[in-house]
Design a protein. Structure first.
Length: 301
């Protein structure tokens, strides 16, 4: 067990481990229904308003089995994760999956490039590969051209993201009811931005080591994976040259729609009616409507 983890674990931490098991099972060629069961369990636990630890204390395993799709086997796994911080299955899978073999399973990567990625970036699994593909580190690996990078992103999006994504990139200021093709809206993006910043303050997010603009090679960049209305998002600080030039690398938050090739940058506005508020760049008008402010405002940057 990682003694740094505070027990009992939160629902979000338990969901992360369940997703990790699902990902490793898929990488090892396990039954797809078993893979889906772990991923569904991660979603159910992550969205549940009541902590798993409270459910176990109140009703035990039977309480967990009342959750949608959670049977006796999964309830035992969730209990062990919640109480011990780990589960033997995850430990075994981590030992069995060869990082380079796992990376080479992505079309277009191959054994040679997989070894290069593993050696240069220290990437051990496809989940971390996906993060590197979106935060700029993978693009810096020799042999990883723009076309190949795009192919890797699309492959991993199709492999890991289990939820339908929107078809329209239009951002709306109002909230739609969930449906077959709900539109992303400013309220949703700002809500994710708020979740990210609160989690950063609580030091509850995993940290990655950016390849760019990180001469000390320190793990400083917090990454959030979250779900809204059956859409999966990834949020992280903007680790770009412009952000570092302006000293805003811990203010600008980039939010990616996983599998949708869409992203938004949320910043703290400095001027006009929106000054001091979090704003989705390029959608200031919708933000004015969201905050119910006058229609005239200066750009956020």
């Amino acid at each position: 067990m990682n003694v740094k983890e505070r027990l009992p674990l939160s629902n979000s931490k338990i969901a992360e481990k369940l997703n990790s098991i699902g990902d490793l099972l898929e990488e090892s060629g396990d039954n797809p229904y078993r893979v889906k069961a772990y991923r569904n369990a991660a979603t159910v636990v992550g969205r549940n308003s009541r902590e798993v630890s409270e459910i176990l204390e109140d009703k035990g395993l039977e309480g967990l089995m009342e959750l949608d799709g959670i049977g006796i086997s999964l309830s035992h796994v969730i209990q062990r994760i919640a109480e011990d911080g780990h589960v033997l299955l995850l430990d075994r899978l981590l030992k069995e999956v060869n990082p380079e073999v796992s990376l080479a399973s992505v079309p277009g990567v191959g054994k040679k490039l997989a070894a290069e990625i593993h050696n240069k970036l220290g990437i051990e699994n496809l989940h971390d590969l996906e993060i590197a593909a979106n935060d700029g580190r993978l693009a810096a690996v020799p042999g990883m051209g723009e076309k190949r990078l795009r192919a890797v992103r699309e492959c991993l999006a199709g492999r890991f993201h289990r939820f339908p994504v929107m078809k329209s990139p239009k951002v709306q200021s109002h909230i739609h009811s969930p449906g077959n093709n709900p539109e992303v809206n400013v309220a949703e993006i700002l809500n994710i931005d708020n979740e990210y910043n609160l989690a950063v303050k609580k030091h509850s997010l995993p940290l990655i080591t950016p390849k760019r603009f990180n001469p000390t090679r320190s793990a400083w960049l917090p990454v959030l994976h979250t779900v809204r209305n059956n859409r999966r998002y990834t949020a992280m600080y903007s680790n770009t040259a412009r952000a570092h030039e302006l000293g805003t690398q811990r203010d600008w938050v980039v939010i990616y729609l996983d599998g949708g090739n869409l992203q938004w940058t949320v910043v703290t506005a400095r001027y006009g009616s929106l000054a001091g508020k979090r704003v989705v760049r390029g959608h200031e008008r919708e933000c004015l409507e969201f905050y119910q402010l006058p229609a005239v405002a200066a750009p956020s940057r």
